[in-house]
Design a protein around this ligand. Sequence first.
Ligand SMILES: Cc1cc2nc3c(=O)[nH]c(=O)nc-3n(C[C@H](O)[C@H](O)[C@H](O)COP(=O)(O)OP(=O)(O)OC[C@H]3O[C@@H](n4cnc5c(N)ncnc54)[C@H](O)[C@@H]3O)c2cc1C
Length: 423
Amino acid sequence: MLDIAIVGAGPCGLATALRLHQRGFRPRIYESVAELQPLGVGIDVKVYGTRELDELGLLEEFRAISVDAEESIFYNNHGQEIYAERCGVHMGYLYEQRFVHRGYLQMLLHRTVLDRLGPDALVPGARCVGYTNGDDAVTLDLRHADGRTSQVVADVVVAADGIKSAVRRQMHPDSSRPTYSGITMWRGTTLMEPFRGGHTILHIGAPSVSSMIVYPIADDFEGSGLTLVNWVVEATRGESVEDWNQTGTVDEVLGYYDDCDLGFLDVRQMLRDAREVYLFPLIRHEPLDRWVDGRVVLAGDAAHAMYPRGGNGACQSIVDGRVIAEKLATTDDPVAALHAYQDERLEAVNRIVLAHRGEGYEVIRRMVEERTGGRRFDDIEQVLPLAEADAIFSRYHALVGQPRPGYAAGEATGFRTAGAESR
Ligand SMILES: Cc1cc2nc3c(=O)[nH]c(=O)nc-3n(C[C@H](O)[C@H](O)[C@H](O)COP(=O)(O)OP(=O)(O)OC[C@H]3O[C@@H](n4cnc5c(N)ncnc54)[C@H](O)[C@@H]3O)c2cc1C
């Protein structure tokens, strides 16, 4: 049996271990952090991500820690509705789209790895600082939390060590330096009463100034009877470090929502009541032209760091794990298997990386801003006809690998909610 080492116990490394285990392998994960904590805020898991979790036998447990997404609604900066679509099974997909706390998802995968593969399947406090490819094996250099160094010899290394991947740096020493886009995300959570029944994602704002996305990630959070709501505000700002744990305040962005009246939610109050606020600059990592070096392969954010918009970073990283396991299980030569994974995934995922730098379907808010000069409108159908918005959404869903059911048959998929006209 192949000896497989995985670097990093984020969603990618953990899901890859579970996929490899399903195929009969016994991989071991080396994680730099001495004790995994449920860090991060919300992730919007698309229907194809939920399918992956079902195939891992985790659907019920995933449902227990996440919220079913029923509808997605778009507003201008005045709080006027532009467009709405249903999500997941409510749109006709076979799987649900669900909202989850990133840390809770990671902890579910972590627990499952320890249950299924055994407690020694994860080596915490072990940072990979380099690798050396040999003819028949690869050697990983590790630095441990207690200061020790050690080496591990494996047949294959899957590097899932995230946006600042040490393995990627070694594999691509000349790849261009990441550059700041000029946009920063303020990411946070607020414990509050649910809005619109507790299953809605909101997209708000005039993008030339600021955009906000809001969705619930946990009902009855820790027995409080309240909903934990995740929000992300994007606006221009000076550069800061690319660190998921960098904290900030909402003071700089509150003013962008002075005129925003949604009726059912006071977004300024929600921002003021934040339990935690993190800053995350949108950094451009240029797509890589290869993910394989000998017996070492990149996966997840290490292979394809993308702007954290729309949950595809997490979902695509989980797909990587399935494809790596499938190729290693069905190809005699492990190096050929790694290339087969790269051939299947690299081009398609790089297209998503580039698409995420643009606005994706969020472009409809900019179109409305431009067509109205940022002012209130009287009739949205005169500004952005439903059919025009529908075509934009259908193209995006197809790009990320989940074409809208019914669209090819000409069925209308978008809608406007009751009461949209009156605001
Ligand atoms: C602390 C944290 C908070 C996050 N919060 C959010 C969020 O709120 N919303 C969102 O959309 N995405 C968030 N992400 C990113 C998100 O998890 C990823 O985009 C996506 O899930 C892909 O996961 P990944 O496993 O490839 O990378 P990551 O989730 O970044 O996991 C990488 C893992 O590798 C470990 N690692 C790093 N370097 C080494 C090394 N040299 N040796 C060994 N181990 C190493 C890290 O400690 C981490 O556990 C967060 C990531 C982190 C690390």
